[in-house]
Design a protein around this ligand. Structure first.
Ligand SMILES: Cc1cc2nc3c(=O)[nH]c(=O)nc-3n(C[C@H](O)[C@H](O)[C@H](O)COP(=O)(O)O)c2cc1C
Length: 193
């Protein structure tokens, strides 16, 4: 059977990002059940229609990486009750097809969202905004379960590394299991189509 490829997109470039660490915890939970890669996209420029064609090398690279993934797992911080601008910029680039011969790479792609914040909201409001955007772009969104992890500061070791509480770990594990099933089911349906 084909090995699933999950691509994690983290909405923070911060070195010690809690969301990046959450993505790494998800990778550990997924284990050998799928390939799990974190997309690096700091080199993607601000979107500007003047430089859209031909697409910058970094954009071509992220488009190809997204295209080859079976599912996208977003890990978003919450900035002012929204998801960060770096993520919106990346998605704006991905929402544009390279040329008229093919759809944009997010079209029909299975997606799920998690996030972690130091506050009580656990990024729930930012996640809702992200759902609106990726649904508009025809991603196939798994809305439930969706880990929204609050109180990051209470889940750090003495060196500031994220050690998820038992509840958070279990919730993330449920999401991982559900997403693997979600993608597998979708692939089955697509095979029959
Ligand atoms: C501009 C800005 C706005 C923020 N707004 C929120 C917010 O609305 N809700 C929240 O829970 N945290 C908010 N925070 C705190 C972030 O959750 C925190 O900085 C978090 O560590 C960012 O994610 P990261 O660790 O993955 O980089 C904000 C931080 C910044 C820099």
């Amino acid at each position: 059977m084909k090995r699933l490829k999950i691509l994690a997109i983290v909405g923070s470039f911060r070195k010690d990002s809690f969301n990046r660490q959450l993505a790494l915890a998800a990778k550990e939970i997924i284990g050998d059940r799928a390939d799990f890669e974190i997309l690096e996209y700091e080199d993607v420029p601000f979107f500007n229609q003047d430089i859209e064609h031909p697409a910058p090398k970094a954009v071509q690279r992220v488009r190809n990486t997204v295209k080859s993934a079976d599912g996208i797992w977003f890990f978003t911080p919450e900035y002012n009750h929204f998801f960060p601008g770096v993520l919106k910029n990346l998605i704006d680039w991905l929402s544009r097809s390279a040329d008229d011969s093919e759809p944009q790479v997010l079209d029909g792609k299975p997606a799920t969202i998690s996030g972690i914040s130091p506050g009580m909201s656990g990024t729930g409001i930012a996640q809702d905004h992200l759902v609106t955007l990726i649904s508009f772009l025809n991603m196939d969104v798994m809305n439930n379960p969706r880990a929204a992890v609050p109180n990051a500061m209470q889940q750090l070791d003495s060196e500031g590394r994220l050690i998820l509480s038992e509840d958070s770990y279990e919730f993330l594990g449920d999401q991982a299991n559900s997403f693997l099933n979600f993608i597998t089911k979708r692939m089955g349906l697509n095979d029959r189509a």
